[in-house]
Ligand binder design. Structure first.
Ligand SMILES: [Zn+2]
Length: 171
């Protein structure tokens, strides 16, 4: 996020002040407060022909695969949002969308809303994604952060073993 320095209404320099019980960046005249609320992120555990789709973002290191994620657009439900993201990023159609759960992602000030999405169609990746894998559910290995916990809960609900990947730098 770019540095916020001036009030968008009066252009006064912003400073820290207590508002609703916390120190927050805001206008000294009280016009504006940087609430810094967590941003919701949609995530999809996509099932295609009985396998789970994991994709690699162009910006990620080699070998790192994860769920399909994206932000919501104004005016859409989260279910519509995840179906749209899936179409944009993979060209797949979401046939059935079911909530897995809601997960903290405090490190990035985000809140993850994770869905199991049964999809159909032929995969055609957007430019954002460079590679994908289709993995049998029993071979999935969740990670101990964000969407990894959604994967773990989904596996557990299906009676599948949950074996976390242990990364040296995971927090
Ligand atoms: Zn102001």
């Amino acid at each position: 996020m770019t540095e916020l320095r001036f009030c968008p209404l009066c252009a006064a320099e912003l400073g820290m002040r207590v508002e609703s019980g916390r120190e927050r960046l805001g206008c000294p005249s009280g016009h504006w407060t940087h609430w810094d609320n967590p941003l919701p992120v949609l995530a999809a555990l996509v099932e295609l022909d009985g396998k789970i789709l994991l994709a690699r973002n162009a910006a990620w290191p080699e070998g790192m695969f994860a769920l399909i994620t994206g932000f919501m657009e104004r005016g859409e439900t989260p279910e519509q949002g995840i179906a749209r993201e899936l179409k944009e990023e993979t060209d797949l159609d979401a046939d059935h969308v079911q909530l897995i759960g809601v997960y903290e992602f405090i490190r990035k000030n985000e809140l993850i809303i994770a869905y199991h999405v049964k999809a159909s169609g032929a995969i055609r990746l957007s430019e954002e994604l460079v590679d994908y894998r289709l993995v049998a559910p029993e071979k999935l290995r969740p990670w101990r952060a964000g969407t990894g916990y959604a994967m773990a809960d989904w596996l557990q609900a299906r009676g599948l073993p949950v074996e976390f990947i242990e990364l040296p730098n995971s927090s």
